[in-house]
Design a protein around this ligand. Sequence first.
Ligand code: LHQ
Length: 258
Amino acid sequence: VVLVRREPGYVVITLNRPDKLNAFTVPLHRELKAAFDSAAADPDCRAIALTGAGRGFCAGQDLKERKLEPGKAPDLGLSLETYYNPLIMAIRSAPKPVLAAVNGVAAGAGANLALACDIVIAARSARFIQSFSRIGLVPDAGGSFTLPRLIGEARARALAILAEPVSAGQALDWGMIWDVVDDDVLLSTVETMAADLAQRPTQSFALMKQAFNASAGNDLAAQLRLEAELQRQAGQTEDYMIGVEAFKAGTKPQFKGR
Ligand code: LHQ
């Protein structure tokens, strides 16, 4: 239910339950996390692209996976702790850029899966729905963290409460995503970007992800201390030497990603 395609420098991971708009089941969770962990740990993979097969990106939790029995309330928190939370943490902490190619509808945890990625590019026909409240739930998969930071409290709260779809164009206008492209060039656009990023200084991306991840909880003084520590590490990479030498020589740097 998850396809992995290795290309020179990057990996494309495709959610592959197209008939169900790639809704999350336990097998999909397991395969996705395994694919992710393997791409994150692979030094030959310097960017990860995530997309969906068929006309949807991901419709969130598969609501038909388990039978609801009267008098027996399920523990949805356990499902988050076991599957969704580790996946979102894996995306945020992967030491390389993660690109979402949102090819169609992204609903519930599927929307927030996309928004957890570092760069989100959507097809013109895609839409994002914080559909949780339609079924009596609350935003999860990091949505209550990412959304207000991306689009501000006013829009985040209204989207969660109203559960109205947001078009790709609106998402772009609001700063929720990086870009919108025509449907037929979505994957090629994202793959071109992934291939380009794979030629760049991967360690600098890994370290800046740490900085952005921490900035939400830090005051200025703490963030400045962290920047000093991360810059110390960046300055010790081979790619820093390569970048500066190439600048001085007026040549194109051949970064190694270390
Ligand atoms: C689906 C689903 C789906 C199963 C489409 N499940 N089959 C929740 C609980 C537990 C733990 C942790 O976290 C969560 C977080 C969440 O993600 S809650 C939010 C869950 N997702 C939703 O509420 C979205 C439900 N889906 C929809 O509202 C619509 O399908 C959207 C708006 C996404 C797309 O609408 P359409 O383009 O009209 O497509 P469709 O509704 O006809 O769906 C196509 C097929 O996919 C259909 O199957 P069928 O066999 O009838 O052709 C749907 O039943 C199936 N599908 N989403 N979440």
